[in-house]
Design a protein around this ligand. Structure first.
Ligand code: NAP
Ligand code: F7E
Length: 328
């Protein structure tokens, strides 16, 4: 067995961080995770990877650090000297970013510069992955590819735009191995219920079990390209093993409206979504992104990556998991 590679993951407690940790552990990596200090426990998605809850497995070590604490980030890089850094931490909710634009800018934007600049100043050989997003495209007509115009339409997307270009700039200016994964929406049973897919499947599961409740949603006409998160973290890793740093889209190439997602979820429990969905104006965004649908051909050609799970299978996986959780 060769020397273990060391990965540092910011956002390890999130959906993608948890799947990426599992993936890297299977590849025999030593995983270091940055955890935001919080008064309530926030490691539920990775507890199964730790030897004892909240203590570190021999191949997983957790480090407390808020991404706004740049000197702590610098210290962590000196301490861990990672081969690969996956910058997944973010205030990742588009709707919330309209209420907290400055915090979103600090965590989703400026912290990326702090990490990149630390790698550069410390002269580390660490490869750097930036969690970029289809939100960068805004209302640029679909299908979007790596050359499509970037027109961000939320404080979240604007902060991500800064990180996207910082990543490119450190690559071009200083030769860092710095790659952007421009990922379209990807979901799973570990998706927070704040996002629309899991909000729909978890509510439908409760309704299937007899709960009398309504599902309060905003814009039902928005089209998203929804894939399955475990497949996307493999794509992140493939970008880091590529012979040179580059920017890649990961997507399924299929668009589905929020309305269709509801319709299909409720049909699986033998109900009509129209009997449950209520439009809640509070869920509408000041500026909406209407139609995101990605072209993943570059990743397929250069990385050999392609999605396997279509949106209907995704709905089944998420609904099944939400129903099973209620049976426990
Ligand atoms: P997520 O579930 O919301 O996870 C975000 C992570 O960031 C969590 O671990 C969170 O910690 C951490 N975090 C937030 N604020 C922090 C702070 N101030 N200091 C330290 N850590 C902080 O997001 P995800 O779905 O896994 O997505 C991973 C990344 O990909 C994000 O950058 C997201 O913007 C981006 N992205 C996601 C998608 C998607 O469809 N999922 C698509 C494109 C790009 P807590 O657990 O303590 O909240
Ligand atoms: O919204 C509409 C909403 O919040 C999807 C993040 O991971 O993917 C995610 O961002 C659509 C939007 O995801 C509700 O207006 C309707 O049109 O699930 P979402 P998002 O905004 O696409 C991208 C790629 C990221 O990078 C982000 O980090 O659904 N919608 N009604 C609703 N959305 C929510 N959350 N809640 C509703 O009630």
């Amino acid at each position: 067995m060769g020397v273990k590679k060391r990965a540092l993951i910011t956002g390890i407690t999130g959906q993608d961080g948890s799947y990426l940790s599992e993936f890297l552990l299977k590849k025999n990596y030593e995983v270091h995770g940055v955890v935001r200090p919080s008064s309530t426990l926030n490691t539920s998605r990775i507890d199964h990877l730790l030897k004892y809850p909240r203590k570190s497995h021999e191949n997983v070590q957790l480090h407390f650090c808020d991404l706004s604490d740049h000197s702590r980030l610098l210290a962590l890089l000196i301490e861990t000297r990672p081969d690969e850094i996956y910058n997944l931490a973010a205030q990742s909710h588009v709707g919330i970013s309209f209420d907290q634009p400055i915090l979103t800018g600090e965590i989703t934007g400026i912290a990326t510069a702090a990490l990149l600049d630390s790698v550069f100043r410390l002269k580390l050989d660490s490869k750097f992955y930036q969690a970029s997003t289809s939100e960068l495209f805004g209302n640029t007509p679909p299908p979007q590819n790596e050359d499509s115009i970037l027109e961000p339409r939320s404080p979240y997307a604007i902060a991500k735009l800064y990180s996207y270009f910082m990543t490119r700039n450190y690559r071009e200016a200083y030769g860092l191995f710095a790659a952007n994964g421009i990922l379209f929406n990807h979901e799973s049973p570990r998706r927070s219920e704040r996002f629309v897919t899991r909000k729909i499947t978890s509510t439908a599961a409760r309704i299937a079990k007899g709960s009398i409740e309504k599902l309060y949603l905003g814009n039902l006409s928005a089209i998203r390209d929804w894939g399955y998160a475990p497949e996307y973290v493999e794509g992140m890793w493939k970008m880091m093993q590529h012979d040179r740093p580059d920017d890649f889209i990961l997507a399924t190439g299929v668009g589905t409206t929020v309305r269709e997602f509801c319709e299909r979820t409720f049909s699986l429990i033998g109900k009509n979504y129209e009997d449950f969905v209520v439009i809640d104006e509070n869920q509408l965004r000041p500026t909406e992104v209407e139609n995101l649908l990605g072209n993943f051909r570059k990743a397929e050609k250069s990385l050999g990556w392609k999605p396997d799970t279509d949106v209907n299978s995704l709905i089944e996986i998420m609904l099944k998991s939400d129903i099973a959780a209620l049976n426990h």
